[in-house]
Design a protein around this ligand. Sequence first.
Ligand code: FMN
Length: 443
Amino acid sequence: MKRQLHLNLFIQGRGSHEAAWRHPLSSTANLSDVRYYQDLARRAETGLFDSIFFADQLTTNTAQTKSAKALQVWLEPMTLLAAIATATDRIGLIATGSSTYTEPFNLARQFSSIDHISDGRAGWNIVTSWMAGAARNFGDTGQPSHAERYALAEEHVEIVKALWDSWADDAILDDRDNAIYANPERIRPIDFEGTHFSVAGPLNLPRSPQGRPVLVQAGSSEDGRDFAARHAEAVFTAHIEKATAQAFYADMKKRVITGGRHAEHVLILPGLCPTIASTEVEAKRLLLELSEYADVDIAVKYLGTWFGGHDFSGFPLDKVLSPADFPDLAELETSKSRTSMVLNLVKTEDVTLRELLARFAHIGGHYLFAGTPEQVADLIEDWFTDGAADGFNLMPPLLPAMLDAFVDEVVPLLQARGLFRTEYSGTTLREHYGLDRPPGPFA
Ligand SMILES: Cc1cc2nc3c(=O)[nH]c(=O)nc-3n(C[C@H](O)[C@H](O)[C@H](O)COP(=O)(O)O)c2cc1C
């Protein structure tokens, strides 16, 4: 069988485009209504997607904008995944958990619970929380530096893995005749004493169906890539051109192999935001129409959040930008990957602020494309076969319209080309992603 594509659906509000919430083609559902998210997950399951994914942040941007993109409704991800688990059967369920602001014991317990509740479909997107505002909700001791956040994450993940492995797979006997529910010799403490955490363990839950929920990560800095190479099993990444996606792919696979793991055990999933219509002209018109709903002031402020709150509002929209128009990246403690992507674009092309916003800020630096179903399938096949991706983090600009267009029109083309499954062959997220179930330390 040909190498198979992996598809994850990134669910963000009414679509990943900043203006999606106002466009007539997006859902008018209340964004706190769980039925909206259950319905989207079922649509993705109809399209045989590997997984769905929810981002999360631990702060909100009220001071900045009135848009639904910035002021997204952040339902607590574990609660949300539990509700979706009971409304779906096969699709993987990935949510974000912060290694900076969540105690490892709580986090291990939450994801293990979701893995139990969903019969083995849970995945943890490990984030170090780059938004400075989050620190003010957790004691206001100031945001730890980029390096400190990754140092914390390293310990955090080690503890979480150890907790997930603290019960042997056969610890529960449930033996009524001999009055033994669980074998205490098959459950053990972890006794972790580190620089940042001290956790005794064991977890208060048996080992979950996947052994360990799937580990996902999305940092792109040097620290982020090394961390992903050590721990991640899937990596989300953002690129506005194929060449940088190829360079990232090659670099990540090299780091994974150098670290002693198999290249195919870490899937690289770049973001793809496709506007789909029956003709290319119509698709481009729809994308333009969507951009016209976007508020330039909001996009300008959104761009500023990546640059430590830098104020771009005084910049003329149609003047070509230069690197001198941006703050020094070395001074910033926010996301390194996005800031360097913007700067690279400014260095290599003559872009105005207006173009930068259209290509970058409205969709968060992911690949924006408008075309027919065939053109979308061609693009996916090209990136997949040319060393840029193992699959995609699909970010429909409008929900559910562009998800439906993808499921109804693009998925059959990918299937006809032998690139994508025609039915689920497994039941767990690990099986969908082609990943082994990790043996426990008792094995
Ligand atoms: C697809 C995608 C999803 C992300 N989701 C989140 C998220 O939910 N919460 C968050 O704090 N950061 C999120 N990030 C940011 C990364 O996790 C990471 O923190 C950021 O890129 C900074 O790390 P770096 O400096 O190593 O690149 C996401 C990034 C990408 C590409």
